[in-house]
Design a protein around this ligand. Structure first.
Ligand code: ADP
Ligand code: MG
Length: 253
């Protein structure tokens, strides 16, 4: 990649999900989901455990194959059998509840390995990009540590830096703070807020209602594999209309 290309911020992707169905065996867990994330928007996906939130996110970057429906991410037809999976995955950064760092690699190596292997960056360039993103999450001084030497919150910040080092146009977060000690949650949410402010397109599964209320452009409430209610955070969290949404919020707020 040329220096000029690298200094240009990546465009931010849109996501369009149309009539998405996904079954495991005879159990249908997504029952016709429609959802749109505009470029630069933050959409928070909320709902009870088992409602299909993770499955939906996993369909977006092809960790799962839908049975029916259509997903488009930027110019990629995710559900086209001929989609270029590698190109698609380069567009999308994903952060999981359980960090999923490579335990045998240093923090720096965690952030460079895919840049070198997938983006074909040379080692020095990958290192520069990784250090820039580690600095962004406040962990440049931990570059030579290993994951098990870091707190959960620090590991999750490394996972975010690793995803950002691939210059994604879309970030998927699946309950990124659910496995963290309470005192480290704020640091991770602060980084996510900063990313949102920078205009990253983000689809975030979270139980952090304060984050959803402050940061989300739209909130989608899912239950039983369907979208029950969606709107602004003021609408969905502040003034929910559907009994199922009201019931869920009364338990988590
Ligand atoms: P959520 O993230 O909202 O908690 P999930 O998407 O993880 O929900 O799960 C939705 C439903 O699909 C659950 O009933 C879950 O047990 C089921 N499920 C998820 N993954 C699999 C799988 N790989 N095989 C079978 N069932 C699954
Ligand atoms: Mg889940």
């Amino acid at each position: 990649m040329s220096v000029a290309a690298e200094s240009t911020a990546p465009a931010h992707a849109s996501v369009t999900i149309t009539n998405l169905h996904k079954s495991y065996g005879s159990v249908e867990v997504l029952k016709g989901i429609n959802m749109t994330v505009e470029p630069g928007q933050v959409v928070c996906l909320i709902g009870p455990s088992g409602s299909g939130k993770s499955t939906l996110l996993r369909c977006v970057n092809m960790l799962e194959t839908p049975n029916q429906g259509h997903i488009q991410v930027a110019n990629h037809e995710v559900t086209d059998p001929d989609v270029d999976i590698n190109a698609l995955r380069q567009t999308i950064g994903m952060v999981f509840q359980q960090f999923n760092l490579f335990p045998h690699l240093s923090v720096l190596e965690n952030c460079t390995v895919a840049q070198i292997k997938v983006l074909k960056r040379d080692k020095a360039q990958a290192r520069d990009v990784a250090l820039k993103n580690l600095a962004k999450v406040g962990l440049a001084d931990k570059a030579d540590r290993f994951p098990d030497q870091l707190s959960g919150g620090q590991q999750q910040r490394v996972a975010i830096a690793r995803a950002l080092s691939m210059d994604p146009q879309l970030m998927l977060f699946d309950e990124p703070t659910s496995a963290l000690d309470p005192e480290t949650v704020g640091d991770v949410l602060a980084i996510m807020r900063e990313l949102a402010d920078e205009g990253m397109t983000m689809l975030v599964v979270t139980h952090e209602m304060a984050f959803a209320r402050d940061v989300a452009d739209r909130v989608v409430f899912m239950d039983g594999g369907v979208v029950v209610e969606e709107g602004t955070s003021d609408q969905v969290i502040g003034n929910p209309q559907q009994p199922r949404t009201q019931d869920f919020l009364s338990r988590v707020l």
